[in-house]
Design a binder for this molecule. Structure first.
Ligand code: GDP
Ligand code: IMO
Ligand code: MG
Length: 427
């Protein structure tokens, strides 16, 4: 079973970085397949803490080849500074491979992201401001710049010209901003080209050959299921497909190769940015989850919105991703609550609804229907097996598993690599 997908089952920040790093020691390749440096994946190894944005979390495992797939959007300046930051800390990054078909986040796309949000005012998405949406828009509009374009100055100039033709009209006439000069952009991008060249590869070929040789490939999602452009809470989503199918298109690997899809699921819920969130808490419980869980964005430093676990969302993630397993994270954060509410259904206009409503209007009106489970007060951070957990913590996990539709195969009880209870092996 060589190919596994690991993805966020909620609105991101579920602990994908930690889970990927945990498996990184046993896999040959870790592949990012969508998103860009909007991601913020925290990995704690011993007393060292790493915050990765664009690079796959497998970069911290010496035996593993990290890959940036064709579906990712790459900001070259962020890439180079992330690499040099790791090099300074003694991490060998020389094995990294980057798809020549990945799209480049250009400086004008970062500008467009920021001014569009400002223009939207109260209706803003609350993006990370990293140019993600405009870069994917250029890709779909067929005016994007790809990594391979950095190696042909004439093509690069033509493409930047084509993209800026329209964008400069929008920037100057609609947003009242200064036009961006083609030459300046081309010069900046060419300045990155030689530093990136050693990493550029035909990653589709590399990954398919690896799978043919029975190597183990792990696809690491950024963001989460509910931030998916097709299956998330549109328009309050990111502009790519973090869901399992995105691994196939974003890396060039057929669905028949994927044998396991692991959903990373926080024991409660968080969200950053705008958009509906039925179990969001505005009281001291929400404040306590934020404080105890350290729920502050790794990328933008924004406080995360916090709420109770939502089983409707977990069931939905199981369905749209074909999840085979869950990795439940941050169970330790819930220690100390006497009672823990869990959302089992919604009430929408007086009706009980068990599944995620497909209509945006209904989802905005959804009110959580809670069941309350008894909590525990014992420290669980040293637990190594399921039976080490207090009975009520065991029952909480079992209840979540029953409601969510896939087995919980691992439980996180702390941020460190070893603070994990493995129930079923992933490999
Ligand atoms: P990602 O974007 O899905 O990789 O998640 P983030 O790194 O943005 O946020 C998850 C946070 O929770 C990070 O600070 C992790 O170090 C931390 N974390 C991950 N798993 C656990 C866990 O089981 N318990 C605790 N207390 N923290 C965890
Ligand atoms: P990781 O990989 C949480 C959110 C933003 C915003 C929306 C669109 O760490 O889980 P974008 O900049 O992508 O156009 O913003 O998506 N968002 C995330 N929220 N975790 C992330 O990544 C996110 N990446 C984007 O806050 O609401
Ligand atoms: Mg994150």
């Amino acid at each position: 079973m060589p190919a596994l997908v690991l993805l966020g089952a909620q609105w991101g920040d579920e602990g994908k970085g930690k889970a990927t790093d945990l498996l990184g020691g046993s896999v040959d390749y870790v592949v990012r397949y969508q998103g860009g440096n909007n991601a913020g994946h925290t990995v704690v190894v011993g007393d060292q803490k790493y915050a990765l944005h664009l690079l796959p979390s497998g970069i911290l495992s010496p035996g593993c080849t990290p890959v940036i797939g064709n579906g990712v959007v790459v900001d070259p300046s962020v890439l180079l500074s992330e690499l040099s930051g790791l090099n300074e800390r003694g991490v060998d990054t020389s094995k990294l491979l980057i798809s020549g078909n990945a799209h480049v986040i250009t400086p004008y796309n970062v500008t467009v992201d920021k001014v569009t949000e400002r223009f939207l005012g109260k209706r803003k998405i609350g993006t990370t401001g990293r140019g993600i949406g405009p870069t994917y828009a250029d890709k779909i509009n067929r005016v994007g710049i790809r990594v391979q374009d950095l190696y042909d100055e004439s093509i690069l100039t033509q493409k930047v010209e084509a993209a800026l033709d329209v964008k400069n009209q929008i920037l100057t006439k609609l947003y009242n901003r200064r036009a961006i000069a083609v030459d300046q952009v081309v010069e900046e991008l060419l300045g990155y080209a030689e530093q990136i060249r050693p990493y550029v590869a035909d990653t589709v070929l590399v990954l398919n050959q690896a799978l043919d040789e029975n190597k183990v490939v792990l696809f690491e999602g950024g963001q989460g299921t509910l931030l998916d452009i097709d299956h998330g809470t549109y328009p309050f989503v990111t502009s790519s497909n973090p869901t399992a199918g995105g691994a196939c298109t974003g890396a060039g690997v057929g669905p028949t190769k994927i044998s396991r899809v692991i959903g990373i699921l926080k024991a409660y819920t968080t969200r950053v940015g705008s958009g509906p969130f039925p179990t969001e808490l505005f009281d001291e419980d929400g404040e306590a989850l934020r404080r105890i869980g350290g729920e502050r964005g790794v990328t933008t430093g924004r406080d995360r919105r916090c709420g109770w676990f939502d089983a409707v969302i977990a069931r939905y993630a199981t369905r749209v991703n074909g999840l085979t397993d869950f990795f439940l994270t941050k169970l330790d954060v819930l220690t100390g609550w006497e009672q823990i509410p869990v959302c089992v259904a919604y009430e929408i206009d007086g009706q009980r609804v068990e599944e995620l409503p497909y209509s945006q209007t209904d989802f905005h009106h959804a009110k959580p229907v809670y069941e309350t489970l008894p909590g525990w007060s014992e420290d669980i951070t040293k637990a190594k097996s399921f039976s080490d957990l207090p009975k009520n913590a065991q029952n909480y996990v079992k209840a979540l598993e029953e409601m969510s539709g896939a087995p919980i195969s691992a439980i996180g009880v702390g941020p460190g690599r070893d603070e994990t209870i493995e129930i079923n092996s992933f490999l």
